[in-house]
Design a protein around this ligand. Sequence first.
Ligand code: NAD
Length: 241
Amino acid sequence: MGRLRDKIVLVTGAAGAIGSATADAVVEAGGIAITTDLGGSAGMDHALDVTSQEDWLRVIAEIERSAGRLDGLVNAAGIAAAGSVEDTDLATWRRVMAVNLDGTFLGCKHALPLLKRGGGAIVNLSSVSGLVGGHNLAAYNASKGGVRLLTKSVALHGARFDPKVRCNSVHPAFIEGAMADALIAQTKDPAHARERMSRDIPLGRFGKASEVADLCVYLLSDESAFVTGAEFVLDGGLTAR
Ligand SMILES: NC(=O)c1ccc[n+]([C@@H]2O[C@H](COP(=O)([O-])OP(=O)(O)OC[C@H]3O[C@@H](n4cnc5c(N)ncnc54)[C@H](O)[C@@H]3O)[C@@H](O)[C@H]2O)c1
């Protein structure tokens, strides 16, 4: 308790598995979560399409008016699309890049003026797919690899301010929830695919959104004050071999 006492944290994709678990964990740690997702998502504080610069400017202006500061940002909104480089059409490529990479860029860019005021921390959801390739994840791999290096550039920029703004990336493997379910549903034999994917993970299971959320709390908290530009892999050992 109290690890994020009174810290105000904006979470994108907060109707999803990892975003909602992170918002809950922020509150449990004594912070204030500002939840955002696409319009129409129930229970959110703001509608925010991360690909829309206007939406970012509007939501940040509202936070500035109501709170006057921001202490943390978790860029959790994201989409996955299966497809090799040959199978992926340009519209799908652009959509995945727009949500996963443009959305993270716009979030970092427009939250920084508020984060700089009192110092803060950004957590960007990349993926193991931002570290290693998959034959059928061309657009997703490219977008998450982009998030990994964008994070380092933002970290180096944020390190020049006083107070500091830190920025780190998180790289989960399969996490229980809608995104993994949707990818598995696209395979020829979903039951077999889920079993094989679990077997591929040395720890023998999918991850939980709450486990990603716990890592986000650490990265948002002052416990990680010397941690920036780093990559945190949460994959049950998948990329260890
Ligand atoms: N689930 C996994 O296995 C897994 C693994 C590695 C990385 N990740 C990454 O973690 C993040 C969260 O994944 P999740 O499992 O919670 O997925 P999810 O599908 O449960 O949630 C994603 C959320 O993003 C929202 N979203 C989609 N497009 C948006 C847009 N344009 N603007 C705002 N919100 C938008 C959706 O409405 C949804 O609520 C994503 O970036 C994902 O790529 C997930």
